[in-house]
Design a protein. Structure first.
Length: 140
């Protein structure tokens, strides 16, 4: 299990925010949500997997990532292309595929009892996020 996957599983139970019902997310389309004051783009892909990344395009500054086009690379990497300049980001890591030094924040996301839940940015180095990490919580 990668460090990022472990961090996603270790977010305290009280740090999660309900976004919407899983069934309401249309596969391949994103929705925008406000989590802890941050704009987040939440995606449900065709295979049922969930991803949550920052909604602000780092190249244009526009809050548009939730309206991006999702896809899958040949190596199985789930992606989203920004509708602004068509920059493509890895949904699991937030990294821009053409400019790896640029990334979107990645948020912990899970499905529990038919509801999609999102927690704060798990890729940040901030002390605030570190405080949210505890023993693993069950992921449904």
């Amino acid at each position: 299990m990668s460090t990022m996957e472990l961090a996603r599983e270790q977010v305290r139970a009280d740090a999660w925010t309900a976004v919407c019902k899983y069934a309401e997310l249309e596969p391949g389309r994103g929705v925008a949500a406000l989590i802890g004051g941050e704009a987040v783009a939440v995606f449900r892909l065709g295979d049922g997997s969930l991803y949550a990344v920052g909604n602000t395009d780092p190249f244009s500054g526009a809050s548009v990532i939730s309206r991006g086009i999702t896809g899958m690379r040949g190596d199985g990497t789930a992606t989203v292309a920004s509708p602004m300049y068509k920059d493509v980001f890895d949904l699991a890591t937030g990294v821009a595929l053409d400019e790896p030094e640029v990334r979107l924040p990645v948020f912990a996301v899970r499905r529990h009892r038919g509801v999609v839940w999102v927690a704060p940015d798990v890729t940040s180095d901030s002390a605030q996020v570190a405080e949210l990490l505890t023993e693993p919580t069950p992921v449904a």
